[in-house]
Every structure is written in C-alpha cells, then in structure tokens.
Write a protein that binds this ligand. Structure first.
Ligand code: MG
Ligand code: ZN
Length: 219
C-alpha cells in the first residue's frame, strides 16, 4: 500500500468509529466544505440564530489552520463551538473530529455542523464520519468550480450557492454552475441562498431538519 492509501485507510477506520458514535446518540453530523471565503461561517451563524427556539441543539466544530476567530463567531451566535487548528494541515480528519467532539457536550438529537478547512481539494478525501456532505460555493467564484474540482462536488449531497445578493454585480451564471455540478454528480441537491439577506435560507433549514429527523431513532 502507498503511504497515501495507508493514511486514508487509517482515517476510514476512525471515521466509521465516529459514525457509530454519532448514530448511537442520534447526532446528525454534517461536513461543510468550500474554498476560503465562500461564507461557511456566515451560513452557520445565521442558521444558529434562525433556528433558535426550535428546540434543536446545534454544536459546531470549526476547522482552520490558525486562529479561533470562527469559533468565537459561532459562540456569539449562540451555539457551542470547538476550534480545531490544523497548523500546516489543509483538511480535517476523523481523528481531529473525534478529539473535537470529546470537548463538546453533545446532547442526544444534536445537529453537529463541522466546518472544514477552506479548501476544495483534500477535504473531499477524508471521511469524518459525517452523515451528510455539503459543499458551499458563492457567486463571487467561477461557475466552473464543479468542473475544476470534480471530486468535491461528486462526493457532496448538497450544494449551497451563497451570496445570491451579489448576483447583479458579478458575472456568474447560476444555471451553468448547476449544470456543471450535475455533470459530475447527477444526484446533487442544490439550494440558492444568501446568508447576508436570509433569502433562500428557509429551504436550507427545511433540508437540515428533515435530514436530522431521518437519523433520529423512533421515540
Ligand atoms: Mg470559516
Ligand atoms: Zn489537506
């Protein structure tokens, strides 16, 4: 086995352990990935604020190379957050997630939102034990991203196209982007939204809460 295969096989074992741990506690874990600046943290902040009062515990693992700035933003929005700094590392792995989760007091039935390091390449290779994968892109990026980084879009369940409020000011063809994404992943679900204005966010909340309901064991 090559070193890369070795690392991925080791990661897979730990990811399955995380997955079992989540399943045993009815935790719905979501792995959010994007390039830097697509708005993952802003989407999470708004999600936490808007879902407050729905009686759904939400916790966040924040992956960045450095700083705890994003975890602080999440706490200010009202959710528990643990920052994972990867140093020179460019992705989260299942081992880091297991350690991060150990520092969160996850209530049964929680949604665990895992914000990966901003990078469209290797995060796609590392299973964290999540139940769903969400890739975020924004209209300030190229609508050809899905063709340039096909593995990320192929392994995702949901594509969020963010910063819809900026659409009048940029050259971004929404239909082309969706078409490119479905070329690499015909099953990919797509939502258009703006974490800034809130437009399109309710459909995202509907998806999140419906997916969570699917992993909950019958009461
Ligand atoms: Mg962030
Ligand atoms: Zn990496």
């Amino acid at each position: 086995m090559s070193l890369e295969q070795d690392i991925l096989a080791g990661n897979q074992l730990l990811a399955e352990r995380n997955r079992g741990w989540f399943a045993g506690r009815d935790v719905f874990a979501v792995n959010l990935m994007s390039s830097p600046g697509a708005g993952k943290t802003s989407i999470l902040e708004r999600t936490i604020r808007d879902l407050r009062g729905r009686d759904i515990p939400i916790s966040v693992l924040e992956g960045d190379q450095a700083t705890s700035a994003d975890a602080e933003r999440i706490r200010a929005a009202g959710a528990a957050a643990v920052q994972i700094n990867t140093g020179t590392g460019c992705h989260l792995d299942a081992h880091m997630v297991a350690h991060g989760v150990a520092q969160l007091a996850l209530a049964p039935g929680s949604i665990l939102l895992i914000e990966n390091v901003g990078n469209l390449v290797c995060p796609a290779l590392f299973d964290l034990g999540e139940e769903a994968r969400v890739v975020v892109t924004s209209v300030t990026e190229g609508d050809d991203k899905p063709l340039k980084y096909p593995h990320m879009f192929r392994t995702a369940d949901m594509l969020l196209i963010n910063k819809l409020d900026l659409l009048p000011h940029v050259r971004f063809d929404v239909e082309r982007c969706i078409d490119h994404a479905r070329q690499v992943n015909p099953q990919l679900q797509v939502l258009l939204l703006s974490a800034e204005t809130g437009e399109g966010m309710p459909a995202w909340y509907d998806w999140l809460t419906a997916q969570r309901a699917l992993v909950m064991s019958p009461a």
